[in-house]
Design a protein around this ligand. Structure first.
Ligand SMILES: Cc1ncc(COP(=O)(O)O)c(C=O)c1O
Length: 367
């Protein structure tokens, strides 16, 4: 078992050993940033650990109000809904929008939180093959009855493969349904892709009505809690129709204060994102030169597949012995792990070129 004994960053202490850390989702080193820790400490001293009540009546407080303001600025929306974890965001969306759709189409490799949301939505659910537009088209044709309103839900960025869902193609398939809804789980896209870090829709240049995303502040942003940003009308509808959010205690005060500060910092420093994308591009290019088939997106999740009989589990263990931490997952262990398993490499804005070179050179020795 691995135990992390420091804040996550480009150098992280695991099992008593300082390693070059290429895992997780703390791409901007915000989890241990002094300003964020200061914001969390100040908030906890003033307001305690939590308000010990749900948002329904007295659960609001100045920290939660601050996060709404910061999130509206970051996402450029009128309103936001902030809740205890990204996992419940998809359920809040499907529950809150339940009067607006009749049948759900879901990518079969979507995150557990998406599959779970679809399962409890009490509507017919049709799965289509991973990122397969033709299968989606076929499933829509076969399953939708006249006058039924479809809702498509999938991950914006898949957590292990790092692939981005082909939303514009799905939109094409759905164009004959005026009231079709598209929802994405943007947990891995929040703060990472799109010119302003607003996620998958921004990155793909998609705008319009009935496009909704649920994100998290617990990964790249360096705080904690889930977020849905949108119009006042959307947030009011979700608040009115979905009890999931009301039935949970609020995000703990220090975590919420950390998230508010982190959103502010990322908003003010777009250079962090550019530096991250530069590092991602550099690392992907180097890994491609070893023969790996790697997409050309700014997503900082790099997935190595077991092409040509490469033993990824062995590589992970050899890398760790040499002070390089990446993740190995066997097929079926998590959503979006390719058949045969994956080596998942995370790139941070703060990794040095020397660290990336050492990672790639060490992988090269074992393939
Ligand atoms: C795609 C995806 N959606 C949702 C979540 C849940 O987000 P949170 O950790 O904020 O609950 C995760 C977390 O791993 C995820 O990978």
């Amino acid at each position: 078992m691995y135990v992390m004994e420091s804040t996550p960053g480009p150098r992280t202490v695991i099992n008593g050993k300082e390693v070059d850390y290429f895992s997780g989702c703390g791409y901007y080193d915000l989890q241990g940033h002094p300003e964020i820790i200061k914001a969390a400490c100040e908030a906890v001293k003033k307001f305690g650990i939590s308000s010990a009540t749900s948002p329904l009546v007295y659960g609001n407080n100045p920290i939660l109000q601050r996060i709404q303001t910061k999130a509206c600025t970051f996402f450029g929306t009128e309103s936001t809904l902030y809740f205890v974890s990204g996992f419940i965001g998809n359920s809040i969306l499907l529950d809150g929008l339940r009067d607006q759709y009749d049948i759900i189409f879901v990518d079969e490799e979507s995150h557990y939180s998406v599959l779970h949301a679809a399962l409890i939505a009490q509507k017919p659910v049709v799965k289509f093959r991973y990122m397969d537009v033709e299968d989606f088209r076929k499933k829509v044709k076969e399953n939708i009855r006249p006058s039924q309103r479809p809702l498509l839900i999938c991950d914006g960025i898949f957590p292990i493969s790092g692939d981005i869902s082909p939303i514009p193609d799905y939109q094409q398939v759905l164009k004959e349904y005026d009231e079709a809804i598209i929802c994405v789980d943007d947990a891995h896209a929040t703060g990472v892709i799109g010119k302003k870090g607003r996620g998958t829709f921004e990155y793909l240049g998609i705008e319009g009505e009935r496009l909704y995303s649920a994100g998290t502040l617990s990964k790249a942003i360096g705080g904690h809690g889930g977020i849905i940003a949108g119009s006042k009308e959307l947030i009011e509808t979700l608040n009115k129709n979905s009890n999931i959010h009301h039935a949970c205690s609020q995000t703990p005060i220090p975590d919420a204060a950390a998230a508010a500060k982190a959103l502010e910092m990322l908003y003010k420093n777009p250079g962090l994102r550019r530096q991250l994308w530069d590092n991602v591009s550099y690392a992907k290019k180097k890994l491609r030169s070893l023969g790996f088939n790697i997409n050309d997106t700014p997503v900082p999740i790099i997935c190595l597949r077991p092409d040509a009989g490469i033993d990824l589990e062995f590589i992970q263990s050899e890398l760790f012995k040499r002070g390089l931490a990446v993740i190995y997952l066997p097929g079926g262990r998590y959503t979006s792990v390719p058949t045969g398993g994956a080596l998942r490499i995370s790139i941070f804005y703060s990794h040095t070129r020397k660290q990336i070179d050492r990672l790639v050179d060490t992988i090269k020795r074992f393939i």
